[in-house]
Design a protein around this ligand. Structure first.
Ligand code: GDP
Length: 472
């Protein structure tokens, strides 16, 4: 923009700061800000809307039903602490992984796969509904079936109930694993009885919840459990299209000393290949290498396959959704755009909002050295009169700066400017329209409406000296 206006970047940044926007030399600013900024230099801006590359790839194209193939189900284990979630995951892994596949030592990458009756099942390795819901909060939906582990000697406990509610909220079917049945004090019927209170009625009692007695210790019942998982999965008719660019979710991620950012991703649709470029949250990757849960290098990963991916620009977050884009430039571009948008939001959230009610405190605390005001009035004459009167209220501590004045209703654009510049809006014989009201509430912009110029001036004066009666 500076180049186009034949101004130095420093001049432009300085002007932006005066408008309340802290920007660096290579930061993007939005069209509204650019318009106002250019006006300040006496230019007019014509806004051209470019095709939004992000939106282009964010939207998942519908698969032709003919392209869909069955995919393995993805299972999460939940339940009360010490009821045996980890033991169960370990027992299943040990009995079934090594039985069918030779070589390799199982690695903890956040998920693993087992085979039963020639069908695969993917287990997420971080038990507990906290991890499950943290991912869901990021919009990720990865689990097809929840295994609710309840110890037969302990029964339903608080976290059992929480787990039930979290699974139900996500609409994920529950299979109950009644664990520790090897214990002499095990009482599976009591567990079934207790679960009826939460709407989980065992099939053998006329309900529709599958309940399997197991022991992670003796490994009794594990085959039955896998059998039931496959049965429940079959009813869901889980399908995906392996022949398309991959998308899925980050399951785990960390910064590895030797390898850099490493993330375990679960491919949910399509096939991920070495060399692919992807975006995950605010990060991007050119897939340099992929490892399965046995630490073996793989070149491709299809639907429901968890793989460790090397080549990320930064460490993504668990729950970030990823999608493959055609080239590195696009990946980088989308990730950077998202990152800068996130920074902006954080900056906005961190910045204290000015309001007349709170102005005096903010002045005292040194947070505000300038009261920025936007004036909207019914006629130009009133706006001008108000501007001059308000500017005269400037003191040593606070300068009153009218950053924008105009004629007509208070609009969304006014609110966005106020929000971006941390300004208040004074309306004289005008009101905000519906949109503006909504946005103002969201952006927490203080709007004051007056019918008498004198009242407006008195309020600002009172606010500056801490004498304003708060508005309720
Ligand atoms: P988590 O907190 O739900 O992951 O529970 P853990 O897997 O850590 O198990 C808690 C304790 O219960 C450990 O001491 C396990 O050895 C024990 N445990 C787990 N499953 C069984 C089982 O089937 N039978 C018996 N007797 N003990 C078990």
């Amino acid at each position: 923009l500076a180049e186009k206006m034949k101004k130095s970047p420093a001049e432009v940044i300085k002007k932006l700061m005066m408008l309340g926007v802290l920007a660096t030399i290579n930061q993007e600013i939005d069209a509204d800000t650019a318009t106002i900024l250019a006006q300040e230099f006496g230019f007019e801006v014509e806004v051209k809307v470019e095709q939004d590359v992000e939106a282009l790839f964010m939207q998942e194209p519908e698969d032709d039903p003919a392209d869909l193939q069955p995919r393995p189900c993805v299972v999460t284990v939940m339940g009360h602490v010490d009821h045996g979630k980890t033991s169960l995951l370990d027992a299943i892994r040990e009995t079934n992984v090594t039985a069918t596949e030779a070589g390799g030592i199982t690695q903890h990458i956040g998920a693993y796969q087992v085979e039963h009756n020639n069908k695969k099942i993917t287990f997420l390795d971080t038990p507990g509904h906290e991890a499950f819901t943290a991912m869901r909060a990021r919009g990720a939906k990865v689990t097809d079936i929840a295994i609710l582990v309840v110890a037969a000697d302990d029964g339903v406990m608080p976290q059992t109930v929480e787990a039930i509610n979290h699974a139900k909220a996500a609409g994920v079917p529950i299979i109950v694993a009644i664990n520790k049945i090897d214990r002499p004090d095990a009482n599976p019927d009591r567990v079934k009885q207790q679960l009826t209170e939460y709407g989980l009625v065992a099939e053998e009692w006329g309900g529709d919840t599958v309940m399997v007695p197991v022991s992670a210790k003796t490994r009794q019942g594990l085959e039955d459990l896998l059998e039931m998982i496959l049965l429940v999965a079959e009813m869901q008719e889980l399908k995906a299209n392996p022949n398309r660019p991959a998308r899925g979710t980050v399951i785990e991620a960390e910064l590895d000393k030797g390898r850099g950012p490493v993330a375990t991703v679960l491919v949910q649709n399509g096939t991920l290949s070495v060399g692919d470029n992807l975006v995950a949250g605010t990060t991007w990757a050119r897939v340099r290498a992929m490892m399965d849960y046995k630490g073996r290098r793989v070149k491709k990963a299809g639907p429901s396959t968890p793989v460790e991916v090397l080549g990320f620009s930064e460490v993504p977050h668990a729950g970030d959704q990823f999608f493959v884009v055609p080239d590195e430039k696009t990946a980088r571009q989308i990730a950077e755009k998202r990152a800068s948008r996130k920074r902006e939001e954080e900056f906005k959230a961190a910045m204290p909002r000015v309001s007349l009610d709170d102005l005096f405190n903010q002045i005292k605390e040194g947070q505000v050295k300038e009261l920025r005001v936007i004036i909207k009035a019914d006629v130009q004459g009133s706006a001008e009169a108000l501007k001059q009167a308000l500017e005269r209220l400037s003191t040593e501590e606070v300068k009153v700066n009218i950053i924008h004045q105009g004629v007509g209703a208070i609009t969304e654009t006014d609110i966005m400017l106020a929000s971006a510049s941390n300004a208040i809006i004074i309306g004289f014989n005008v009101r905000p329209d519906v949109n503006a009201r909504r946005v103002a509430e969201k952006e927490k912009v203080d709007i004051r409406l007056y019918r008498v110029i004198y009242d407006a001036i008195e309020d600002v004066k009172a606010a500056m000296s801490g004498l304003l009666e708060p508005e309720y």
